[in-house]
Every structure is written in structure tokens, then in C-alpha cells.
Design a protein around this ligand. Structure first.
Ligand code: RB5
Length: 143
């Protein structure tokens, strides 16, 4: 499975460690930046990640910023993206089971690296339930 990953400066440390860990776990990782803790603008990395998920260049994505909200808001401007913010394992599971999130977003300033690993693992291992949840997803696009 090929995963895209991105963060702003606030999520850089977690992103770097997650990328190494997931590569060691056998995932093919594509890093969309940022490359340091120097202050930057999250849309500059969120849009390229979203493009890659929408085009199929990667199978799914992981994004981190301070609160997670800047990334989630930006990513969800893309029609093919369902970016879900998660900060505990139950939400990380539900965001796949109910929302079929193709990008997991995490609030780097509010969770430990160990928590981020656990959220990613939970999200990757959870399955979309379909059924009524697919019907709801089908109603999301703007008219
Ligand atoms: C950066 O200070 C912060 O605004 C950003 O990481 C994120 O939380 C925005 O939503």
C-alpha cells in the first residue's frame, strides 16, 4: 500500500517519525513536506497530497498540523477527499468505518507520537462498513 504524508511545521516531528515507522512496517511512503520546523502554510502541502490521493498516485493519506483543522479544511475542498480528524482510537476507527476517510488528519500539538502511531494503525486496520454510510457519503458533494 502506498501512503502519502504531509504536515506543516507543527506536525513535522511526528510526520518524520511516522514516515520512518510506516516504511519499516512495509508501506511505500510519499512525503509531500514540509521538510523542517520552519513556519510554513499548510495548504502548500495539503493540496499536493489531496491531488495525489484523487489521482490514485497514492492509496490514502496522512496529514498533521497543530490542531488538524487547517489540514482538514483544506483537504476537504477537494471533491475526491474525505479527510477525517482523529485524536483518539475510537474516532480513528469510526472515521474509516462510517466516513471511509481516505486521509487521516491528526492534531500534532495535542497528541504524543505514540498516540499518533496508534491512531494510524487503528485507521489503517479498520474497514468501511458501507450500507447506510455509503448512502450518506453519496449525498456529500455540493449541488
Ligand atoms: C500553526 O501555528 C497552526 O496554525 C497550524 O499548525 C494549524 O493548527 C492550523 O490549523
Amino acid at each position: 500500500m502506498k501512503l502519502g504524508i504531509c504536515s506543516d511545521h507543527a506536525g513535522f516531528e511526528h510526520k518524520s517519525r511516522l514516515k520512518e515507522w510506516l516504511a519499516a512496517e512495509g508501506y511505500e511512503m510519499v512525503d509531500f513536506g514540509t521538510d523542517s520546523t520552519e513556519s510554513m502554510d499548510y495548504p502548500d502541502v495539503a493540496h499536493p497530497l489531496a491531488d495525489a490521493v484523487e489521482s490514485g498516485r497514492v492509496d490514502a493519506g496522512i496529514a498533521l498540523c497543530g490542531t488538524g483543522n487547517g489540514m482538514a479544511i483544506t483537504l476537504n475542498h477537494h471533491k475526491g477527499i474525505r479527510a477525517g480528524l482523529a485524536w483518539d482510537e475510537e474516532i480513528a476507527a469510526l472515521v474509516k468505518e462510517h466516513n471511509n476517510a481516505n486521509v487521516l488528519v491528526m492534531p500534532a500539538r495535542f497528541i504524543s507520537y505514540e498516540k499518533a502511531c496508534s491512531l494510524v494503525k487503528t485507521w489503517l486496520e479498520s474497514e468501511f462498513e458501507g450500507g447506510r454510510h455509503q448512502r450518506r457519503i453519496d449525498k456529500i458533494p455540493c449541488r
